[in-house]
Write a protein that binds this ligand. Structure first.
Ligand code: CA
Length: 443
């Protein structure tokens, strides 16, 4: 389904949930992202939709009779501890649920006014709810699609190493590990691993000294393909449910030692943190943009990666930020430092191209699989999406407002990723936050 801009994107819509009308909220009525939550007093997880600083309990709204037709079928699937049953229904159902949810949250229409009378049954305050991992994730693939990150990282490790001929031909990726994907707010223990501290010294098993964040965007597969049947670029977005923020934790010292010559292993499987709210592809319809402009001498795209519409509208205008605080900064009541402002526009490949290439050998993607973009870095110094780039491999330690310097993250540091879409004529929508606190490894 190619989503068009419709009434749910109308910037003039106002919700009876007052906090959703605040210009600064990530979750106005035009967004309506999906998540899984539980009330503190109730251990049963269920699907919710973010609206301002509240959560709409979809199953409760269905029980109160606010959904009909396809939207009612979709709402039934929301009485669940993951989004997988909803994703399995497909885009027509997702869209119907979005349209009727928009209506029941609107202030100016009768349906919304009826729902407002039942607000106490339908809504839960975010501050009183616990957000859970929203999807039962099957396989996790991590791409490497920012040409700026790929170039920088290559130069830091080996100054003379060229980007590599394959970068312009295919979206690079490796198969990751889904068991260590955790939801925002979960503290992360610094990993231990084999660490080599001098070129010819033997490795020692000890805590990583070069633990790093990576600013990424994650994508959830909502519809599978059959094994042996590649997905065409033109059809790829039919398989895409929505997106979130991902912090792909990386131990650079473990990575440098173990990737000689095979791919990432334990350096990348400590944790990958995801934001709890999944922004639907339909909510992003006003924020599409052309695919990355390739260099004039870049090779032509192979047919399985080319589609005219995808080239014209396949990328997304999504702004991304990293907010950083240390224990000292928090004690001194200093605001977190905004250390990176990047954008999804820097990705060399579109999400549809990533799906098409991933399945081009007949690989099956299943409902609930997740893939991530790779570190989203841009061309300038304040668009570097990981500390490896920001401190240039620890040759230029990064100075924080407290005067503290960082090559990599230290224990007690807290990293918050945020993201938002903004365009004239539309309501700004945000992704919420992806928050992680690093704690020491005392094991
Ligand atoms: Ca990564």
């Amino acid at each position: 389904m190619r989503y068009s801009i419709n009434e749910t994107h109308n910037p003039d819509l106002i919700s009876w949930v007052e906090s959703a009308n605040d210009a600064a909220t990530d979750f106005p009525i035009q967004n309506l992202p999906f998540g899984v939550f539980r009330r503190q007093s109730d251990s049963q997880p269920t699907v919710g939709i973010a609206i301002g600083d509240m959560i709409l309990d979809v199953a409760a709204a269905h029980a109160a009779g606010f959904y009909s037709g396809l939207a009612a079928e979709a709402a039934v699937s929301c009485k669940n501890d993951s989004l997988n049953p909803l994703m399995a229904l497909g885009a027509t159902h997702w869209s119907a649920l979005r349209a009727q949810t928009s209506a029941l949250l609107q202030k100016e229409i009768e349906l919304g006014q009826a729902a407002q009378k039942k607000a106490r049954t339908l809504l839960v305050a975010m501050r009183e709810a616990e957000m859970l991992l929203p999807v039962k994730i099957g396989d996790f693939t991590d791409f490497l699609t920012s040409i700026y990150h790929a170039t920088n990282a290559g130069q830091i490790f080996e100054p003379d190493r060229p980007l590599g001929r394959n970068f312009e031909y295919l979206p690079r990726a490796y198969h990751g590990r889904s068991s260590t994907i955790i939801v925002s707010g979960t503290p992360i223990q610094r990993p231990k691993g084999q660490i080599v501290t001098a070129p010819d010294a033997p490795p020692r098993y000890e805590p990583s000294r070069a633990f790093d964040y990576e600013l990424e965007v994650g994508f959830y597969i909502g519809q599978s393909n059959n094994w042996g049947e590649p997905i065409a670029v033109a059809d790829a977005e039919d398989h895409l449910f929505g997106l979130c923020l991902v912090n792909d934790w990386s131990a650079r010292d473990i990575q440098g030692w173990e990737m000689q010559p095979l791919g990432p292993f334990l350096s990348k499987s400590t944790a990958s943190t995801v934001s709890p709210w999944v922004i639907s592809l339909e909510a992003l319809a006003p924020f599409r943009r052309p695919a990355f402009t390739r260099a004039e001498d870049a090779p032509a795209l192979l047919p399985h990666l080319y589609d005219a519409h995808n080239q014209a509208q396949g990328a997304l205008d999504l702004n991304l930020e990293i907010h950083y605080s240390t224990e000292n900064m928090r004690q001194a009541e200093l605001a977190p430092a905004l250390i990176c402002q990047s954008s999804m526009k820097y990705l060399y490949w579109t999400p549809a191209q990533m799906i098409a290439h991933h399945t081009s050998n007949g690989c099956q993607m299943n409902i609930g699989d997740m893939f991530a973009s790779g570190t989203v870095s841009g061309p300038t110094n304040d668009e570097r999406g990981c500390m490896l780039e920001l401190s240039w491999g620890c040759t230029q330690p990064y100075e924080l407002p407290s005067g503290e310097k960082r090559c990599y993250v230290e224990d007690g540091d807290e990293i918050v990723l945020t993201g938002f879409c903004q365009r004239d004529g539309y309501r700004r929508i945000g992704l919420g936050e992806c928050r992680s606190l690093i704690v020491p490894n005392h094991s």
